[in-house]
Design a protein around this ligand. Sequence first.
Ligand SMILES: Cc1cc2nc3c(=O)[nH]c(=O)nc-3n(C[C@H](O)[C@H](O)[C@H](O)COP(=O)(O)OP(=O)(O)OC[C@H]3O[C@@H](n4cnc5c(N)ncnc54)[C@H](O)[C@@H]3O)c2cc1C
Length: 275
Amino acid sequence: MITLLPETLEDLWEIFHHQPDYKPMAGGTDLLVRMGVDKKQPPALVCLEKIHDLKTIKKTRDGIRIGSGVTLTELLKNDLIQENLPILHTAISTLGSPLIRNMGTLGGNICTASPAGDTLPALYLLGARVTLYSDRGNRILPLDEFIQGPGRTLLADKEILGSILIPPGDRFNVHHFEKVGQRKALAIAVVSLAALLKVHGGVVEEARLAWGSVGPTIVRSREAEKALEGRKLTLTTLNHAADLARSAVSPISDVRASADYRRRVAGNLLLRLAV
Ligand SMILES: Cc1cc2nc3c(=O)[nH]c(=O)nc-3n(C[C@H](O)[C@H](O)[C@H](O)COP(=O)(O)OP(=O)(O)OC[C@H]3O[C@@H](n4cnc5c(N)ncnc54)[C@H](O)[C@@H]3O)c2cc1C
């Protein structure tokens, strides 16, 4: 297997042109594990880690733009993320271990398109959009359209995920992320919940809710969101929303948990929002 290390996007397009059977690699924390499990190697690995254009975090008029190659540790340490995107910050702090976060990137977490990807529920709620780069130009897609199913995205041939744009979410004053795993550290989510709420005078004015690991992609329930809007965050209100959430999710049973357990926990996690 050939391993290539381009330093610019121009070099990357050149490689794609001459080497049609390539696989892009960012941190390799998903890809190398997958290659070991499948016992299959692509003819060429193209490492993206040296491409500077993929490694910046910027505040623009449209929101915060994060290069796909920014590592999870860099995001955790970044002031813009800590101050403006606390729900994403919390989600990343639960992902893997320090070693995994040092290597793993936001772009890799997105392109893996796992329903258990920890950054995804927060990014869905924040209305993230992805910019896909190729030598044909760039195109922008909403993240929830880009991710099609487990391991499936709308990435086209010779295209990479370049950056992620997160519009300002400053109207929300409750930022909640919780992950239930089989143990406290280094656990893939059995169920996770991200919630963004705008609460004024004790009443929920706007609610956004998203669950991970309970369907082929991240699940949002507009019915559960509507059940909170215009109401106080009491256990009665939340129990009603939790029932709606349990109907909205479509979990599977696997080695980590049964579908029934996941469905119950998906609802129960909402009760944590009670004040
Ligand atoms: C021990 C361990 C624990 C883990 N725990 C968690 C966890 O708790 N939560 C969680 O969500 N994940 C977890 N993971 C999975 C993984 O670490 C994350 O998904 C990480 O964010 C992947 O990023 P990466 O840069 O390493 O991706 P890579 O492995 O480099 O790539 C993953 C996939 O994305 C593609 N890709 C990467 N970047 C691009 C790009 N810019 N454009 C196009 N395609 C691209 C690759 O071709 C590959 O198909 C864990 C992994 C391990 C090994």
